[in-house]
Design a protein around this ligand. Structure first.
Ligand code: PLP
Length: 437
């Protein structure tokens, strides 16, 4: 090993050059299952290799097997960005290798995490009184919140969510052995509160920005129901919560401030590299009651509640460093500018779809996600999506709405420009024209 300075300079150069050329790389990986593995040695090296060999393999062998989430024409699922401050902070966090099992094992890790979550709370216009910490993913945050809801309501074993809630709710209920009641949605894909049955329920999971269409459940109605029945309200704003950075968009999320617990993923629409999920609660003492378990070897006299006492893992990494760096280096204004631009681009794309004969918009465009389809069968739309993705020029994904196969264009990468969105639209129309259903 030549050491951090020399190898680090080469790695940084590779990373910078990668980000400069990522727009022109095929967005979706171009390999078959098993192909990458077969092209690498099946056994580990006996002798040390130079780090340069790792970089060389990254370029020659791994690159075709990468799906480029950093591409500005990645429009699938929920598009994300690892921004430069976030990337650099990840390097520093790994260099520091803090292990936050207790406050004393890294006061900086714990206090920066608490402070940064409070900054983000303020940026999103949430009221005081929410205590926050970071999880790896929204799936873990929802599992954690439902574990608390179950703990504080012994004997109540049902959870209520809409049929459009994320599958992480199903998974959490499976793990926690809770019954999941799925409530039908209205014509705009929002949970119908008049159909909610809270008998024996410990929690409602409301979604503010569903994965399929970006719809928002009726948060005030659900908060009223939860208050009347003393049921925990968890709000999953993993994707769309970021929109609240813009005051004019906060009305779309009105009522989320009444949640007992709330999750927003900075690793989705807030330029923070995977993984970084912000989890707040208005009932931190219930988290301590559920999760605090301090074995003798971890007992201290420090006047601090460690983050391991409010969450599932004992050890945590220095995730807050990258979020802190992102919030500082973009500032409120920088984040607002990008989110407003994504909202504009989504609306523009939706206008193109609406104006084009043979194409239909399939859901209201609430945030930066557009659901649409081409006239013809589900199979024809699926084939069209496959062709677009095989072109390498853009990567989109699909969902089911009202029983139909629907294409989704999700805007969320901070490097995406109007030209990128137009190119995706051109590719869609070209493939539809060249291969009529
Ligand atoms: N909730 C919503 C609304 C989502 O869109 C997603 C992922 O797209 C999740 C939860 C799961 O997120 P994570 O991968 O952080 O667990």
């Amino acid at each position: 090993m030549t050491g951090l300075r020399d190898d680090g300079a080469a790695a940084l150069e590779w990373a910078a050059a990668y980000l400069e050329r990522v727009r022109e790389l095929p967005v979706l990986a171009t390999v078959e299952p098993g192909q990458l593995r077969a092209s690498l040695p099946a056994v580990p090296p006996d002798e040390p290799e130079p780090f340069a060999a790792v970089l060389a393999d990254l370029e020659s062998t791994l690159l075709p097997a990468l799906t480029h989430w950093q591409s500005p024409r990645f429009f699938a699922y929920i598009a994300t960005t690892a921004s430069e401050p976030g990337i650099l902070a990840e390097l520093l966090a790994a260099s520091l290798n803090q292990v936050g099992i207790l406050w004393r094992t890294s006061p900086a890790l714990q206090e920066l995490e608490e402070l940064t979550l409070d900054w983000l709370r303020q940026l999103l216009g949430l009221p005081e009184g929410f205590a926050g910490h970071l999880e790896d993913t929204a799936s873990t945050a929802t599992l954690t919140a439902l574990a608390v809801a179950r703990h504080v309501a012994p004997g109540r074993r049902a959870v209520v969510c809409s049929e459009h809630a994320h599958s992480s709710v199903d998974k959490a209920c499976r793990i926690l052995e809770l019954e999941l009641r799925k409530v039908p949605v209205d014509a705009s894909f929002r949970m119908r509160p008049e159909l909610v049955d809270l008998d024996g329920a410990c929690a409602v999971v409301a979604v503010a920005g569903t994965t399929s269409s970006g719809s928002v459940d009726p948060l005030h109605d659900l908060a009223d129901l939860c208050a009347a029945h003393d049921v925990w309200l968890h709000v999953d704003a993993a994707y769309a919560g970021a929109a609240a950075v813009c005051p004019e968009l906060r009305g779309l999320l009105a009522g989320w401030e009444r949640a007992d617990s709330l999750v927003v993923n900075p690793h989705k629409w807030l330029a923070t590299p995977m993984d970084c999920s912000a989890h707040w609660t208005r009932r931190p003492e219930d988290y301590v009651r559920t999760f605090s378990l301090v074995p003798e070897y971890l007992r201290t006299t420090d006047a601090a509640t460690s983050l391991s006492e409010v969450s599932i893992p004992l050890g945590r990494r220095f995730r807050a460093l990258k979020l802190w760096a992102v919030l500082r280096c973009f500032g409120r204004a920088g984040l607002q500018e990008r989110i407003r631009e994504h909202m504009r681009l989504a609306r523009l794309f939706a206008d193109w779809v609406e104006a084009e004969p043979g194409w239909t918009l399939c859901a209201p465009v609430t945030f930066s996600l557009v659901c649409f389809r081409r006239e013809g069968s589900d199979a024809a739309n699926e084939l069209l999506l496959d062709r677009v993705n095989a072109s390498g020029e853009a990567f989109l994904s699909h969902t089911q709405l009202d029983g139909s196969y629907v294409l989704r264009l999700a805007i969320g990468n901070f490097r995406t420009t109007e030209d990128d969105v137009r190119r995706a639209w051109d590719v869609l129309r070209r493939e539809a024209r060249d291969h009529p259903a």
